[in-house]
Design a binder for this molecule. Sequence first.
Ligand SMILES: Cc1ncc(COP(=O)(O)O)c(C=O)c1O
Length: 283
Amino acid sequence: MPEIVYLNGKFVPKNEALISPEDRGFNFADGIYEVIKYYDGKAFRYADHLDRLKRSLGEVSIHFDGCYQLEAMLQELLVCNELADQEAGVYLQITRGSQTRIHRFPDQIVPTVYATAFPFASKWDQLKNGVKVITTEDIRWLRCDIKSVSLLPNVMAAQKAYEQDAVEAIFIRNGIVTEGSHSSFLTVKDGTIYTHPDSNLVLPGITKIVVREICCELKIPLVEEGFAASELALMDEMMIVGTGSEVTPVVQIDEMKVGDGNPGPVTLLLQEKFFELTKQTNS
Ligand SMILES: Cc1ncc(COP(=O)(O)O)c(C=O)c1O
């Protein structure tokens, strides 16, 4: 069965999906995206993803009025690809559209809407045993709160991590730990969780919203403040969290073991509670 994608109102085989070379996504990375995970055919935190999508569109002034039709479209895309009853993901990208290349926003332009669906199983080996991450300088722009498709610094950081047998690169800006190249980053010290606050320097992660709720329910102190990279050596636990990473323990950062080199108890508790929530029908 050919992979079916959604493009501008139609479901088509991927090899028939044609996007103009004048698309501003191609020429300028002038677009935004979302990745949503479906557990047992149900989108996890769809409303939060939709809110963030609308915010990203607004921040870059892409005028798209079809947001409320997206949920049904994505569901149909899963069905078309026989992914509706398993762990699956959808990638949704909206660019400003296609127009002869000029830098400013063209006057008349219709957004390009593209979506794919794919199997998206949890990586249980990593979730159980933990992973290695590296640190790297945060060379991104100053609007990391927008889920922009302009991801070259993230791609370069992820490649650097891969070349060092690590699964993620953690960005450091002016000595302060921000987040991962494709995940949020949290640490634990004496039972308190620390993470960078939402600001222009990090993406407001949907998984972080879930973590906030779990911390509130379990009365785990959560401090959202920037902390120095020099403090990493003092931390008991670390984790990366995200739609794909879920709640993954970090057991090594650069050449340093985290804690005793095993996933820590706070991380594992958060992870357990996270997966409970993914199983609830109204999550
Ligand atoms: C840079 C960055 N930070 C954080 C996250 C985590 O966000 P979410 O929990 O919404 O997947 C992602 C996910 O793609 C990301 O790319």
